[in-house]
Design a protein around this ligand. Structure first.
Ligand SMILES: [Zn+2]
Length: 337
């Protein structure tokens, strides 16, 4: 909550003086820009090519007597039934030691991620550790659940829960934890699958050295389009998908996300999320965000229209104004009544 207020304040501080005196706007926005540059510099300085530099967390950790459940400031953690008989976790002292260290580590990772993005989810993240999850020991999942309803006559979605499910052998991989935690942070904005995955692979690869998806050397040269001529990133079903295109999709989305950051600065995505947060329009969309909506914010953060760039990559995008987005939201609201 504290952080949301901070974001709102930062925006108001920059925009409101515009109504009063022009010179103050200039100073205000310059100061904001300087603050962004300072943050970017700090992120770069603190970045370690091998791993996120994690500082010990000050979070309070509480573990239940049977050690099947533990809780800290930003997480709960529990052992699924298929681990209760596992030779490494069938005794309370073993589980207690593991849980204390897991929560301590994840809290440090959370602090690092908060610093990186400048925002944090409002809800605790509920982690369940399994021997196998959905009959699989090789895939971890992050789910962000939400409830929708009317608020002041408007349709709005609220996050209700964030869950993570890890088979133990995936939990032990540092890069996977970083990847999933990136999802837990960024999914609160209902972003398209390709952006969510591209960003998760970027953070996993460049901050945790845990990436299995090498970048392509060219976006144009490695295009993959469907029969309608649309970039195959757009029809990505996400983690649950298993198709011959999956590897290409991870690599291509990572390459795209990474190229934009190289061009528009290390804090490009921080600015994108700040702009989204300031408008709050993502909460009013009935479905997940479409790429045109995302490109509207990308363009604002970049200071130039990125629709032609995405069109060249065969995305089905069009240039939107805030009015178009508001009209779309309003039309959906009327249809629902
Ligand atoms: Zn993912």
């Amino acid at each position: 909550m504290k952080n949301r207020n901070r974001l709102h304040l930062a925006t108001a501080w920059c925009v409101m003086p515009m109504l009063l005196i022009t010179s103050i706007v200039f100073n205000g926005c310059t100061a904001l820009k300087e603050a962004q540059q300072r943050r970017e510099k700090r992120i770069l300085e603190e970045r370690n090519t091998n791993t996120l530099m994690l500082k010990p967390s000050k979070a309070i950790i509480e573990i239940r007597e049977d050690a099947l459940f533990g809780e800290s400031d930003h997480y709960t953690i529990k052992f699924a039934e298929d681990l209760h008989e596992h030779p490494n976790f069938d005794e309370a002292p073993e589980r207690k030691e593991f849980t204390r260290s897991a929560l301590g580590y994840m809290e440090s990772l959370y602090d690092a991620m908060y610093k990186l993005f400048g925002f944090q989810p409002k809800h605790k993240i509920h982690v369940t550790l399994h021997d196998a999850y959905r009959d699989n020991r090789n895939a971890a999942f992050t789910r962000t659940e939400y409830r929708s309803g009317m608020l002041d006559g408007r349709y709005v979605r609220f996050i209700t829960n964030i869950h993570m499910d890890f088979p133990m052998q995936m939990y032990e991989k540092h890069g996977v934890r970083v990847h999933e935690l990136t999802h837990a942070f960024t999914n609160i904005y209902y972003i398209p699958v390709w952006f969510s995955e591209g960003l998760a692979v970027l953070i996993q690869t460049e901050y945790a050295q845990g990436g299995l998806h090498p970048k392509f050397d060219s976006l144009q040269g490695n295009l993959n389009i469907d029969l309608n001529g649309v970039n195959q990133l757009e029809s990505w079903g996400g983690h649950t998908e298993n198709s011959p295109l999956t590897q290409w999709r991870y690599r291509y989305s990572y390459t795209l996300v990474s190229q934009l950051r190289e061009k528009y600065g290390h804090d490009f995505y921080i600015r994108v999320f700040e702009l989204m947060e300031a408008d709050g329009l993502h909460q009013k969309l009935a479905e997940s965000m479409e790429t045109s909506f995302l490109v509207y914010y990308f363009s604002k953060a970049a200071g130039e229209d990125l629709v032609p760039f995405f069109k060249k990559l065969h995305f089905t995008v069009r240039k939107l104004t805030k009015e178009d987005i508001l009209k779309h939201i309003e039309m959906n609201r009327k249809r629902r009544q």
